[in-house]
Design a protein around this ligand. Structure first.
Ligand SMILES: Cc1ncc(COP(=O)(O)O)c(C=O)c1O
Length: 383
């Protein structure tokens, strides 16, 4: 049977039907008053999701585009950047900073762990001459399913005086992230995650302090230039030809987000991910991140049972049950698989996923009590 594929990868994530239908229309002119009204609504609602009073810039680019936009408006050659790396996406910040000519230092931890705030504090305390200009961080590391304690980390960066530049690609609209209240200087995200629309748009907001640093950037990028893009936001317009239909879908998706409310959305993600973890353990699977205090509520990484391979699990889930889960990345490829519970995800989806995973593992000869995962999940959800 065709057309039944269900994405449980950490992005792109499923898209609500109302959003799909809104996007399935002729593109409208991006300089029309009709489009300007859509932009007005989108720009205003994005501030709600980012929890900021500042303008949120929107780029027609994937999440990495907004990461590039962040650093290419702040870094001058040889600036010292400290990158906190807990996985693939933390590493990406360091790579972008290096490409822009920064002097990059990293604090790196083994996959599956979070940054210890005390380690960051000790490094920043040593920087008495305030050489570190920028600290890059990942809120939710998609490659491992670990969430950093951004609130504490950012508070230490604030105390030191450097700018905090945070990747909120798989945390915004799913995990608590209070940009203004926590003092985050630059926060970026992408459309194909908690925003429940397809890939193609990315978002960036900056604090007043970051805007001051941007003014001193000698060679800010042209397409991603913050000032050019902010002028357009203020005018309910866009600097260049945007992905018009994605904006149309985004308007509807943001209205859904506001109607449900961030608090409820965060609760929903927490409940589903925690229930999933309980279920996976009940069918004798080992979680990659055992520490509940740092385990992501949008991505859960799991080891395959002994003698069963990740490609076999993914293949059967896809072919027989139309469910896509993600492989591990880089050195974790074929060592773990990752289940996304991000964005447009419900309890029904989790029950379906656990049931289908049980059926898959049963076919592959894994030893467990059939039905125990689904039962544990339902008990958790109904508690
Ligand atoms: C945490 C995180 N940061 C950055 C990115 C990069 O986003 P994109 O692939 O949209 O460029 C991703 C993509 O999965 C991500 O999960």
């Amino acid at each position: 049977m065709k057309d039944k594929t269900f994405l449980m990868i950490p992005g792109p994530t499923p898209v609500p039907e109302s959003v799909l239908l809104d996007m399935a229309k002729h593109p409208i002119g991006h300089r029309s008053s009709e489009f300007s009204k859509i932009l007005e609504s989108v720009y205003s609602d994005l501030k709600y999701v980012f929890q900021t009073k500042n303008d949120v810039l929107v780029y027609t680019a994937s999440g990495t585009g907004a990461m590039d936009a962040a650093l290419s408006n702040l870094i001058n050659p040889k600036d010292k950047v400290l990158s906190l790396v807990i996985g693939n996406f933390g590493q990406r910040w360091a790579k972008i900073a290096k490409a822009l000519g920064a002097d990059v230092e990293t604090i790196e931890v083994e996959p599956g762990k979070a940054i210890d705030p005390a380690v960051l504090k000790a490094r920043l305390d040593k920087d008495i001459n305030k050489e570190i200009k920028i600290v890059t961080l990942t809120h939710n590391e998609t490659s491992t399913g670990v969430t950093n304690d951004i609130k504490t980390l950012v508070s230490y960066i604030r105390e030191h005086g450097a700018l905090s530049v945070v990747d909120g690609v798989t945390s915004l609209s799913a995990i608590t992230c209070k940009m203004d209240e926590w003092g985050i200087d630059v926060l970026v995200s992408g459309s194909q995650k908690g925003f429940m629309i397809p890939p193609g748009l990315s978002f960036l907001a900056a604090s007043d302090r970051a805007w001051e640093v941007q003014k001193k950037c000698e060679r800010p990028d042209f397409y991603f230039n913050w000032e050019t893009n902010r002028k357009s936001v203020i005018a309910n317009s866009t600097a260049f030809t945007p992905a018009v239909n994605l904006f149309v879908g985004l308007k509807t998706a943001l209205e859904m987000i506001k109607a449900e409310g961030l608090e409820k959305i965060i609760e929903r993600h927490t409940k589903i991910a925690k229930g999933l973890r309980v279920a996976l353990k009940a069918i004798n699977l080992k979680l990659f991140v055992e520490d509940e205090t740092i385990a992501s509520t949008t991505i859960t990484a799991v080891y395959p049972p002994e003698n069963i391979t990740v490609p076999d699990i993914r293949r059967i889930l896809k072919n027989d049950y139309d469910i896509e889960v993600a492989n591990g990345q880089n050195q974790l490829k074929d060592k773990i698989f990752r289940i996304g519970t991000l964005g447009f995800v419900s309890e029904r989806d989790a029950i379906t996923a656990v049931g289908s995973l049980e059926a898959t593992l049963h076919k592959l000869g894994h030893k467990f009590e059939l039905g125990k995962g689904v039962a544990a999940l339902i008990e958790y959800l109904n508690k």
